[in-house]
Write a protein that binds this ligand. Sequence first.
Ligand SMILES: Cc1ncc(C[n+]2csc(CCOP(=O)(O)OP(=O)(O)O)c2C)c(N)n1
Length: 360
Amino acid sequence: MAKKTVFSGKVEFVQVLDKDGKADKTLLPKLSKEELKQLYRWMVFARIADEKCLKLQRAGRIGTFAQILGQEAQVGVALALKKNDWLVPSFRENALIWALGAKAEDIYQLFGGFEKGQQFSGLNILPISVPVGTHPLHAVGIAWAFKLRNEKKVVATFFGDGATSEGDFHEALNFASVFQVPCVFFCQNNQYAISVPRKKQSHAQTLAQKGLAYGMDGIQVDGNDVLAVYRVARTAIEKARFGGGPTLVELVTYRMADHTTADDATKYRTKTEVEYWKKRDPILRMQHYLKTKRLWTEKWEDTLGIQIRSQIEKSVQIYEALSQPQVGEMFDFLFEKKTPELEQQKNKLQNWKNQEEGKV
Ligand SMILES: Cc1ncc(C[n+]2csc(CCOP(=O)(O)OP(=O)(O)O)c2C)c(N)n1
């Protein structure tokens, strides 16, 4: 007879900037002045471009849209990824997608019904996944291919807290760990899955600890602290690149806006709660830090705002100058080559449309 502990795990929480933007110097990642300013620029770009998306949706110029307001610190991952790495996103990673180099109009197209937007200007980004939690499996598949081909590339995949209750999420983590593939799982715990709060999503104390169950590191990060996001992402990505296997990173953040433009969050959460998180705004925290480093001035902020707004207006013009999307497009951009089944479905749909329009 024996009785002993055969497993005990721990989950660390990493924060570099406190809620007021004061840095823990022992944890500061090594970044140049330009890189620090770049992180800030990306977040400001995302905030302005996101606001524009909301206005376009309200004016009927794009369709239903999921804002990223409050989750802009995800751009920290853009700085940690290398050019040949891949991103497999859900539908709330616009800030990251823009930071990786997609054009504002790619996202306008995507939410405006143009499948071509999903190509993200040719970057290594899979189409966004609206089905919750299905895509981590795709990410693992790509990462497995990299491993089999001995290519030193990494896949980063993003999903929400709600996705951790889906079976596919667990299959993806298990497979990734058993086969030690170079995949980093980023769970954006923004506290809600539509109206379901985090505490009703899982009884586990952290979501990061789910990684431990599959034999991989799980780490929790202040997801409103762009320097912490970068620091942890960089370590996990480089570990994966050099054969150290996958990691589950839980980014603790808050969805400041409604779930989508079809939701009303005032029905299920309080003003006090929203106010609490407003004080932890990722942009203001980084702004404060940059000020202490003498890297931020009001003049720079004003110029940045003017440049970004003018860039975004140009993107809207490009988007709106496109002719209406064609009915078959949703089949054209799914795979590199259409399968015979997709070809058949596309033709069928086109025939229906032609009949409807009296063309046959
Ligand atoms: C498989 C599947 N089930 C249900 C839905 C409906 N749905 C859309 S978003 C969502 C909640 C997602 O929450 P979370 O994963 O936390 O991501 P968040 O929207 O908060 O970023 C649900 C249930 C869906 N899109 N896909």
